[in-house]
Design a protein around this ligand. Sequence first.
Ligand code: SIN
Length: 261
Amino acid sequence: MALHIEKQAGACGALVTGLDLTTPVSDEVLAALHAALLEHLVIAIRGQAAMTPEDQIAFAARWGTIEPHPYVEPIEGYPEMIRIYDPNPLTETWHTDFSYNPTPPALSFLLARVIPAYGGDTMFSSSYRVFESLGPGLQECLRGLRAYHEGTPLARSKGLSPEDVQCVHPVVNRHPETGRELVNVNACYVKHLDGWTAEESAPLLTYLYEQWGRPEFTYRHHWQVGDLLIWDNRAVQHRAVGDTDGQPRDLHRVTVSLPTV
Ligand code: SIN
């Protein structure tokens, strides 16, 4: 099997075939996947239904340090892994994973175990394109701002204190590997701009959030069982599409931090 990487959309998204991740890949293949991820921001590795949870965890650990979810209950026996079911109001909102952490994970690895006969796609949108589409005046203004991020009430119910799931991040980040600037605010976890009230923040944040929905910035992944998606949590936002009509959906996620973040 030869590794094949095929771009799927203009702003982000590539399909990868020709890999069997039930056995360790070479350093060369890993480097090619890393380069593809930096270029395409999200890569879908097809045909990995035979991967065990151990395989998925071992593969993710080749990229960096596994970061277990701070408060979502893990899959029994696998503290590194959480289950993603039906789309819900949280996952149906554009977001990056754990943005309420001072150092959110750089990468997410999501493997499809059960997918509905229709619906339940996952969408991705480029935070680089959002920044690059703005006028220079607004870009410069955003470079001077910070935003307050906070985790969901579930964190409190799991015994975490508010301080464990809140932080302030710059509104504009420079990607530590590509050097490209991007906008880093999301509708799930940002409550307001730092030093601004929620009411003062809302018009600017709402305008920014709308940009991730621009079709030309997005890639929409239609799942097959055994698809392993890796996305660069620093460079894209993602959201689920809630049109499964209640059919079963089960995906397993592992998140990883990199030393450069
Ligand atoms: C997620 O937010 O990580 C899950 C997205 C999905 O359910 O498609």
